[in-house]
Ligand binder design. Sequence first.
Ligand code: GLN
Length: 520
Amino acid sequence: MKYIAITGGVISGIGKGITAASIGASLQLHGLKVEVLKIDPYLNVDAGTMNPNQHGEVFVTDDGYEADLDLGHYERFLNRNMTRFNNITAGQIYSSVIQKERAGEYLGATVQMIPHVSNEIKSRLSKLKGDVVLIEIGGTVGDIESEIFLESVREFSMDVGRENFLFVHVTYIPYLKVTNEFKTKPTQNSLQLLRRVGILPDIIVLRSEEKLPDSTIQKVALFGGVKSDSVFGLEDVSNIYSIPQKIHDEKMDTMIMNKLKINPSKNFEWIYPEPIKQPKIAMVGKYLATDDAYKSVLESVFLCGYKKPELIDAEDLEGLTQSEIKARLQNYSGMIIPGGFGKRGIEGMINAIRYARENDVPLLGLCLGMQLMTVEYARNVAGLNGANSTEFDSQTPYPVVDIMEDQKKQMKMGGTMRLGSTEIKIRKWSKLYDIYSKEIVKERHRHRYEINIYDFRNIFKITESDPSDRLAISAMSAFAEGIELSGKKFCVGVQFHPEYTSKIGTPHPIFLNFLKSCEI
Ligand code: GLN
């Protein structure tokens, strides 16, 4: 088995995850079985309690693990589903060490970072199986939290044999406008920090805004202690899905395989989406601090061959009249209301939903989006004034969205939502059935609230014989999984998250269908 550890230098957020996923994809195209592990050095046990504004979206796997969004990149690029075993956090490692100490497993020993914590990390690393195992270490070298992980990976590279191990350092080269030059100093420093923990990189990947001159490549090679053909420039591209091709064209894949003594296959063929379709889609959301907050939704649209939606701040739409909303949104040919938590911005989303419903603008509601479509319908069509979700108004006279029975007992926030993939039954008479063409599907979830079809039976069309001008419940599991309005171009909400399962070549059919309806 061969291993590739990917470390980051200078700053986070430069696309280390995309680079790692692209390296993985290019090796997979050479016929290799690629396994991945994302290490997150933060103390959270998983990403579930993190605010998307700070850390980007929480990605949910089939087995109900709330992961860092990098697992989403891996799923999309490698066309494979990840599980909880593809991610470890410092929180998991430390809590497991402490549990073992309490259970008496280290009886007599002083429990220490080395060897107890490092052994715990190494035992997780040694469980991974594949022709090539990619280990991406989150954060940047020099972070206090990541030090023990770098040390453990270094030790692990000695255990499995350094000849089976490759270190790739992905770092950033800033460009200084005033003097018109690329600066290598931060990278020199990060290479030094790496050396200090005993890691000598085999390959250095330089991220930059523009293509780097050869002189910069050579300078980094000198400081990094590698030949200049082991330093690769990876400037910004408009389409991240082209990167595996670039890696191949620039022979980084060949270099990696040569160093690991793997024979490259000749038939490298990478097919990726190149969006050409124009319809402008509005996404009315509440996490606007980083584009990463709605990563999987944006990528799902892109993977269908359409430009990414434009983000509109839901809070800006609060308190506006419908004609003001129209002025703001009329240039968009479709609208997505994505998932989210908490009261902030929801009245703006409800205003936007009303505009879309009344003007027959194609509308897709995801999780929170579906719940708010139900609230809007209850208020403005069924005449239930003050209808709401109890998440936002515990005193609402019409709790059309309410907390799920088993969630009422939950005392803890972390990992306690309804999570992961479960079976759903699609109603044969629904639009959703036209989209899937099958009755039983599996989709991923992440929620605490559900539509209250029991107390508000008469505003919904639940069976085929109910009046068709009601809000139709198009899919069910233990509760409502889908809603839709008939007679519209597209007016569909789902309790689950189709965005988590879109992959290159197989975008989710709900997105495809929604986007097609935006072109009409
Ligand atoms: N806040 C809602 C719930 O918990 C929606 C969650 C979501 O959009 N993921 O049910």
